[in-house]
Design a protein around this ligand. Structure first.
Ligand SMILES: Cc1cc2nc3c(=O)[nH]c(=O)nc-3n(C[C@H](O)[C@H](O)[C@H](O)COP(=O)(O)OP(=O)(O)OC[C@H]3O[C@@H](n4cnc5c(N)ncnc54)[C@H](O)[C@@H]3O)c2cc1C
Length: 502
């Protein structure tokens, strides 16, 4: 597999790659979505999309392990403008095909440059532009773009370096250790004993996909996650499609259904967590093998939705537990051995292959080194403006999707706001917009990026110390729920004094 981490000889000569109005970093769902809105709303503006990888799709290109699929419905994960026609929970390959259609329909291909890693971005107020340093991942060539506006659509994790915890004794293990983010295309699972370390969405999607091929798959989890087992294709989608309802209507109806459903679950997780806890456990109980210890293996220690709920369409993970091709061990790793993993109970889990489904290393804005008028930006002292811009950083917006709802719902909402912002700048004749704390915000307490009470996934908690912060009041807050933002973002006052136009 070709990955983003190809290293090429260092070069010193810098090639001038030209100027664009908007430079988009990342060709995943966010970058492609941003380009769609830009083309539609401002057809005269020039733009380029740079991605460090050798293909489009971001997450869906990086993650190509067996069974990779969405864990939210594609009616809301798909863009607002383009109906999703497939099953409600989709395979990674189908999502890539959908993105390819968007790229074709919007003629975006000519604007995308692959194997272009953005390493630094420097804003000059005098020149009213960003100077963006880029390294070609294939040739090592250094390029320099200039841009009026920077759209950071780099996602939230490091695509080249997954999170790989070190366990005692790993060196003596005679088998193969793989990470789902770097799945070897030729990995042969036939007849192999596989241990998957982890209990999140990745483990839940990988295990049913490989359970039939391997001799046996063991999910080794330190602590349990919540699961939900909806049908692969939503019943209402089946009905509307059977009635030949125009697909734009079907798309809109299903989006509303799934938004309402997720809103309800989000509200329950905050207001009646015990009820939601009981509902989730009871919903999977009938799918489990007889005598299964649900208390030990499927009863999480956190409130529902402090971490993402793992979706198992049609309960396929539980089918693998029922037919015996997979099992769950809830325990901590004592040490790797030559033959597998010894857990604290004293049991040795024999393995030919260990899959470390242990998650991500978070990346702050694509690890790009930001400088504003000669001063390096230390993000830990900066505050988010509505989860879209950063205090003191001009002409730069970023996309960070929802934790609980589909990421892409926020792509459309953020771009709606940026469309208004760019129009506002044009009306004022401004070429620069910078979020700045107002006098009354100057003493505002700065809170961590994420409140662990609200969301405490490992990758976020491990990275809080490198991330920018949020305040205790609008517009300096972020990670709000879709329901709140639908009320806030479309009518947010862009002249409330928190944005300085020049
Ligand atoms: C297996 C898996 C399943 C998921 N399922 C869902 C789901 O069902 N629903 C949901 O809402 N979310 C899901 N997520 C979260 C998912 O990451 C987001 O939904 C979404 O794909 C993020 O899109 P993005 O374009 O913002 O970022 P990414 O998909 O991460 O793409 C960012 C791109 O930017 C590029 N890039 C980064 N830094 C640089 C740089 N410095 N220079 C150049 N290029 C750079 C990367 O190479 C990458 O291609 C899932 C995540 C994973 C890993």
């Amino acid at each position: 597999m070709t990955t983003a981490s190809t290293t090429a000889p260092a070069q010193t000569e810098i090639h001038d790659a030209g100027h664009v109005d908007v430079l988009i970093v990342g060709a995943g769902v966010s970058g492609i979505g941003a380009a769609h809105h830009l083309r539609e709303q401002f057809p005269g503006r020039t733009f380029v999309i740079l991605d460090a990888q050798d293909n489009r799709g971001g997450t869906w290109w990086t993650h190509r392990y067996p069974g990779v699929r969405s864990d939210s419905d594609l009616h809301t994960y798909g863009y607002r403008h383009k109906p999703w026609r497939g099953p409600s929970i989709a395979a990674g390959g189908a999502i890539l095909e959908y993105l390819d259609e968007v790229i074709d329909e919007d003629d975006l291909g000519q604007h995308i440059r692959f194997l272009h890693r953005v390493t630094a971005a420097s804003w000059s107020t005098a020149d009213r532009q960003w100077t963006v340093e880029v390294t070609r991942e294939d040739t090592g060539q250094l390029l320099r773009y200039t841009a009026g506006f920077l759209m950071m659509c780099q996602g939230y994790y490091n695509h080249a370096k997954p999170y790989k915890p070190e366990w005692a004794g790993m060196g003596q293990f005679k088998g193969v250790i793989v990470h789902p983010q770097q799945w070897p295309e030729d990995l042969d699972l036939a007849g192999k004993r596989v241990v998957v370390i982890g209990s999140g969405a990745t483990a839940a999607t990988l295990i049913p996909a490989i359970a039939g091929q391997a001799e046996h798959v063991t999910m080794l989890q330190r602590s349990p996650s919540y699961f939900f087992a909806p049908p692969l294709t939503d019943d209402l989608a089946v009905q509307l499609r059977a009635l030949d309802v125009p697909e734009e209507w079907t798309h809109e109806i299903l989006r509303r259904k799934f938004m309402a459903q997720t809103n309800l679950l989000a509200r329950m997780s905050a207001e009646t967590p015990d009820e939601l806890h009981a509902f989730l456990l009871e919903s999977v109980r009938p799918l489990l093998p007889e005598g299964f210890d649900i208390e030990k293996h499927l009863t999480p220690r956190y409130r529902p939705w402090q971490q993402r709920i793992a979706i198992v369409p049609d309960g396929d993970l539980f089918a693998a537990l029922r037919d015996g091709s997979a099992s769950i061990v809830t325990d901590t790793i004592d040490t790797f051995t030559e033959r597998g993993i010894l857990v604290s109970s004293g049991e040795e889990l024999l393995a030919d292959i260990v899959v470390s489904a242990t998650g991500f290393n978070m990346s702050l804005l694509g690890d790009v080194a930001f400088v504003v008028d000669g001063e390096p930006v230390d993000f830990t002292g900066r505050v988010t403006w509505r989860g879209i811009m950063i205090s003191g950083v001009p002409n730069m917006a970023y996309i960070f999707g929802y934790f609980r709802h589909s990421w892409t719902l926020r792509v459309d909402l953020v771009l709606d706001l940026l469309t208004r912002l760019w129009a506002n700048m044009a009306d004022k004749g401004a070429t620069m917009v910078t979020p700045q704390l107002r006098q009354e915000d100057k003493d505002m307490p700065l809170l961590p990026f994420a409140d662990p009470e609200n969301f405490n996934s490992g990758y976020v908690m491990r990275s809080q110390h490198i991330l920018f912060r949020q305040g205790d009041r609008e517009p300096w807050t972020h990670l709000l729920e879709l329901e709140q933002e639908l009320g806030i973002l479309p009518k947010a006052d862009l002249d409330d004094g928190t944005l300085v136009y020049e």
